[in-house]
Design a binder for this molecule. Structure first.
Ligand code: 13P
Length: 255
């Protein structure tokens, strides 16, 4: 059973006070049962404090990035073992903001994916096309390039302990959500690419959708057969908004 994962990517938002209110709200209102896993990904300086706040709740903790290196002269970078020691179980890699704004290549992302696995963190590999790429019919080719870099570097079996997030760049922070059908088409494409190498990996991996997910569009997206939850930006910063998305997942039959 794959179950659902609803993950909050806080991006560069938060403060000690705001985080406390947000985490308390999420922990108090998290849907009961095991069909929906919740995850929060705060900025680095808050990881340890948020880990403490989460305590023994079932809400998991993840980072928004990870260094490809173990340790050493990499000023400003954070290694996987440090993230583990700060309480993380997941690490987002290859978010489109990092690919576009920080110049991360698909090979950089593949190296980070491996670095996460090496220390027992589950990487959440983000892939997605820009509007220009979609409009020129390149969506599948862009996804293939981003996915193949990781498959070639880490191998299909490495996806046993990974999550993929399809985040069309044009839908991030724009209010322009992909329709459930548009998202499902790409999710199916991703699962089929994995299926070609391993049926069991493809059947078990969670593929999240990200891009303007809200309480009122989540159920439509998550009810599609290849959409296993969401990577949520703006709507992860208020517990009521985030929990509305979690509740949408919990209302669906788990699979
Ligand atoms: P929004 O939900 O704000 O569109 O952001 C999505 C995202 O980038 C999550 O990683």
């Amino acid at each position: 059973m794959r179950g659902y994962l609803v993950a909050g990517n806080w991006k560069m938002n938060g403060s000690n006070a705001a985080n406390r209110t947000l985490v308390q709200g999420i922990v108090a209102g998290a849907p009961a049962g095991e069909s929906v896993q919740l995850l929060v990904c705060p900025p680095f300086p808050y990881l340890a404090a948020v880990s403490e706040m989460l305590g023994d709740s079932a809400v998991a903790l993840g980072s928004q990035n990870i260094s490809a290196h173990d340790s050493g002269a990499f000023t400003g970078e954070t290694a996987g073992n440090m993230l583990r020691e700060s309480g993380c179980q997941y690490a987002i890699v290859g978010h489109s903001e990092r690919r576009a704004l920080m110049g991360e290549s698909s090979q950089n992302v593949a190296d980070k994916f491996q670095a996460a696995l090496k220390v027992g963190l589950k990487p959440i590999l983000c892939v997605g096309e820009t509007l220009e790429e979609r409009e020129s019919g390149q969506t599948d080719a862009v996804i293939d390039e981003q996915l193949n870099a990781v498959l070639d570097t880490a191998g299909v079996e490495s996806f046993v302990d990974a999550v993929i997030a399809y985040e069309p760049v044009w839908a991030i922070g724009t209010g322009m959500t992909a329709s459930p059908e548009q998202a499902q088409d790409v999710h199916r494409h991703i699962r089929a690419a994995l299926e070609a190498q391993s049926e069991s990996v493809a059947a078990n991996i969670k593929i999240l959708y990200g891009g303007s997910v809200k309480g009122d569009n989540a159920a439509g997206l998550f009810s599609k057969p290849d959409i296993d939850g969401g990577l949520i930006g703006g709507a992860s910063l208020k517990s009521d908004d985030f929990l509305a998305i979690a509740d949408a997942a919990a209302s669906l039959e788990s699979r």
